[in-house]
Design a protein around this ligand. Structure first.
Ligand code: FES
Ligand code: FE2
Length: 365
C-alpha cells in the first residue's frame, strides 16, 4: 500500500506549484488538484495562460459602431471597446489615457470617444484629438496618450482578440479553419434564441477536461451515445488544439470531411470549444470567474437551418446539463483532502492529458 497517498494533503501556505505532467500518457498523473480551487493558482493561470491567449470576442454579433465590453468579465476584467467604422473594425482599450476613467459606457453610433471625467476626446481609430487643460504640458502628447489597440482577427463568423498574443493566430486556429471549410461559400446567422450563459461552481479547467474526453459519453449521455458509433470515436491532437471526431450510428447527414463523420468537437487552448454539426456550429466559451468558478457562454451560429435539431446536433441543452452535473461533482471531489490526483486512461484521455501538459508548460514558464 502506498501510505503517502493515504495522508491528507496540506492546505494553504506558499503560492502553489501545480507540478508537471509526464509526456507519456501511460505513465502520467494529473496536476495537483488544487489547480482547480487554489486562489494563488487561479491568479497565476489568469496571467500566464489567459493574458497571452487568443480569446473569442464575447460580443457575438454587430450592433453598433461603438460596443464596449469586458474581456473575461470576473477574470481578466479588461475594459475594451469594439469599433466598427465603415468597413474597418478594431478593438481598443476603453480606458482614458489621462487618469484612467472608462470611456464608452454603452453601445452607440457615436463618431468619437469622449471621456466624461475631464473631456479628453479620441477618434474612432484611437488617436487623441482633444485634451482640455493640457496647454503647456511638456513632452506631450506621447504615443501612449492614444488608446492602445488590441490584435483582432476574424475566422468564419467568429472574431478573436489577444492582449499579448503568445502564438501566431494562423497557427493557433489552423484546425478551426479546416473544420469551418465544411461551410465554405455558405452564410452563418447568429441564433440568439439558442444561446445561453451558465454560471457554474466549478473551475474552467474541470469543465475543459470533461469536454476533452469522450470516455464519459456512454455513462453520462445516453441520448447522445445512441447516435454515435463509439467504436469509431477518434481524437486528433495538433499544437494547441484537440479535435474529437464523432461518427454516426444512424445514417444521418454527414460532414464532408470524412465518410460517416457527424460531429467535430474542437477545443482550442485554453478555453474555447467549437462543435461542428451538419447545421452549423455551437460554441462553448468557458470563462474563469474565480477560484473554482466559471461562466460558460453557449453560442450558436446556423448555416443550414433545415438541419437544426436533427441527429447528434440536436438535444444539446440536455447534453449540457448532463455535463454540468458531472463537472459539479468533480469540483466537489477535487477539494477532498483524501484525493491526491489521478491517472489518465491511455485509451480515452489523450485530450485531458494534452490540456494539462499545455497548462503545466505555461504555469512553469
Ligand atoms: S480621466 Fe479622462 S479626461 Fe481625465
Ligand atoms: Fe459530455
Amino acid at each position: 500500500m502506498n501510505h503517502e497517498s493515504q495522508n491528507p494533503r496540506p492546505r494553504g501556505g506558499a503560492p502553489l506549484d501545480v507540478g508537471s505532467v509526464d509526456p507519456d500518457l501511460r505513465r502520467a498523473g494529473t496536476l495537483d488538484p488544487a489547480l482547480h480551487f487554489d486562489p494563488a493558482a487561479h491568479a497565476r493561470v489568469l496571467e500566464r495562460v489567459f493574458v497571452p491567449s487568443w480569446q473569442l470576442l464575447p460580443v457575438p454579433e454587430p450592433g453598433h459602431v461603438v460596443e464596449p465590453f469586458t474581456l473575461l468579465d470576473g477574470g481578466l476584467d479588461e475594459p475594451l471597446v469594439w469599433i466598427r467604422d465603415g468597413g474597418d473594425e478594431r478593438v481598443l482599450s476603453n480606458v482614458c489615457t489621462h487618469r484612467g476613467a472608462l470611456l464608452a459606457t454603452c453601445a452607440s453610433n457615436g463618431k468619437a470617444l469622449r471621456c466624461a471625467y475631464h473631456g479628453r476626446r479620441f477618434g474612432l481609430e484611437g488617436k487623441m484629438e482633444a485634451c482640455p487643460g493640457f496647454d503647456g504640458a511638456l513632452d506631450f502628447p506621447r504615443p501612449e496618450d492614444d488608446l492602445a489597440a488590441v490584435e483582432l482577427r476574424a475566422l468564419g463568423p467568429l472574431r478573436f482578440l489577444s492582449l499579448s498574443s503568445g502564438m501566431a493566430f494562423d497557427e493557433w486556429s489552423r484546425p478551426l479553419r479546416v473544420a469551418l471549410a465544411e461551410f465554405e461559400g455558405e452564410t452563418f446567422s447568429f441564433a440568439p434564441e439558442a444561446s445561453r450563459a451558465y454560471d457554474l461552481d466549478a473551475s474552467w479547467a474541470v469543465y475543459c477536461e470533461n469536454y476533452l474526453e469522450g470516455f464519459h459519453i456512454p455513462f453520462v449521455h445516453p441520448g447522445l451515445n445512441a447516435g454515435l458509433d463509439f467504436g469509431k470515436y477518434r481524437v486528433e491532437i495538433e499544437g494547441q488544439t484537440v479535435n474529437q471526431l464523432g461518427f454516426g450510428s444512424k445514417g444521418e447527414r454527414c460532414l464532408r470531411r470524412e465518410e460517416g463523420l457527424v460531429a467535430e468537437y474542437l477545443w482550442l487552448y485554453p478555453n474555447l470549444m467549437v462543435n461542428v454539426y451538419s447545421w452549423g456550429i455551437s460554441v462553448n466559451l468557458v470563462e474563469p470567474t474565480g477560484p473554482g468558478r466559471c461562466r460558460v457562454r453557449y453560442l450558436r451560429w446556423v448555416a443550414r437551418p433545415s438541419l437544426v435539431e436533427t441527429g447528434v446536433g440536436s438535444g444539446l441543452d440536455q447534453v449540457e446539463l448532463e455535463d454540468q452535473a458531472v463537472v459539479h461533482s468533480v469540483q466537489q471531489g477535487v477539494r477532498s483532502r483524501l484525493y491526491p490526483g489521478g491517472r489518465f486512461s491511455p485509451e480515452h484521455e489523450a485530450g485531458p492529458h494534452h490540456f494539462q501538459r499545455l497548462l503545466a508548460a505555461d504555469l512553469s514558464s
